[in-house]
Write a protein that binds this ligand. Structure first.
Ligand code: MN
Length: 223
C-alpha cells in the first residue's frame, strides 16, 4: 500500500520565502487530507494494492472512480511540489537542465518569463509544470487535480497554483508567489536526476556509433 506523504525538510526551513504556517496548513490540511481520503476510498477495491502512480493512472481512466483519482493525483502532485523546492533554493539550474532550458527557451531569463506568464494566465485552481514531452521541455498548466502523470509527460517541476499554496504569504498575488518560487525556492536536483535517467534510457536504445554523435542537445525521441 502507499506510503504516507513526508516533507523532505522541516516546516520552517523555507522561511522567509514560504512561511511555516503555509507549509503546516498545506501539508497537514491539504495533502494529508487527500492521502487519508485516498486510503479510505481505495480500501477493499482493486486499487488498494497499487502503488501511487499506478493508482492515479488506473482511476483516471475510470469515471466511476474520479473522486479517488482526484485525491490520489493531489497526493502525487504535492510530492513533486515539495521536491521542487529546497531551503536556500532559487536561481538558474546547472547541468543537463541548464543546457535544455537554453536550447528550448533561448535563455534562463526567457524561461522564467514564460513560466511566470503561464502561471498568471492559468484561470482558477491548478498546477504549473515543467515537463519533458517528446524529447523537449514544455511549460504546461493543469486545472484542479490534473496531473501530467496521465498524459505521457515526465513532470520535472511542479508549482501548486491553488490559493492555499500562497494566500497566507502573498494574498492574491500569484505572480509574486511564482517569482519567489523561482528566485528563492526552486530546486533543480530532482529535475536534473530525472533528465539524466531519461538520457540514460535513451542511450541504451542508441547503437554505439550513433551515440557518439548524440551529444547535447538531446536527439528527439518519443516516450
Ligand atoms: Mn496544494
Amino acid at each position: 500500500m502507499n506510503i504516507e506523504p513526508r516533507m523532505p525538510y522541516n516546516f520552517a526551513d523555507l522561511e522567509p520565502a514560504m512561511s511555516r504556517d503555509t507549509l503546516v496548513f498545506h501539508f497537514l490540511r491539504h495533502q494529508r487530507v487527500c492521502y487519508d481520503r485516498m486510503v479510505a476510498l481505495s480500501r477493499g477495491t482493486e486499487f488498494e494494492t497499487l502503488a501511487l502512480e499506478e493508482l492515479v493512472r488506473a482511476t483516471e481512466r475510470n469515471p466511476a472512480h474520479h473522486t479517488l483519482y482526484r485525491h490520489a493525483a493531489e497526493v502525487w502532485n504535492h510530492d513533486l511540489f515539495w521536491h521542487s523546492m529546497r531551503p536556500r533554493g532559487g536561481g538558474a539550474p546547472s547541468g543537463l537542465m541548464a543546457q535544455h532550458i537554453v536550447s528550448r527557451f533561448g535563455s534562463y531569463e526567457r524561461f522564467t518569463r514564460e513560466f511566470r506568464d503561464a502561471g498568471s494566465a492559468h484561470f482558477g485552481s491548478g498546477w504549473l509544470w515543467l515537463v519533458w514531452r517528446a524529447g523537449t521541455l514544455e511549460i504546461v498548466t493543469t486545472s484542479n487535480a490534473g496531473t501530467p502523470l496521465v498524459r505521457g509527460d515526465t513532470a520535472l517541476l511542479a508549482v501548486d497554483l491553488w490559493e492555499h499554496a500562497y494566500y497566507l504569504d502573498h494574498q492574491n498575488r500569484r505572480a509574486a508567489y511564482v517569482n519567489t518560487f523561482l528566485e528563492e525556492l526552486v530546486s533543480w536536483e530532482d529535475a536534473n536526476r530525472a533528465l539524466a535517467s531519461l538520457s540514460a534510457a535513451r542511450d541504451l536504445r542508441v547503437p554505439p556509433r550513433v551515440r557518439a554523435a548524440a551529444e547535447l542537445p538531446l536527439r528527439r525521441h518519443r516516450q
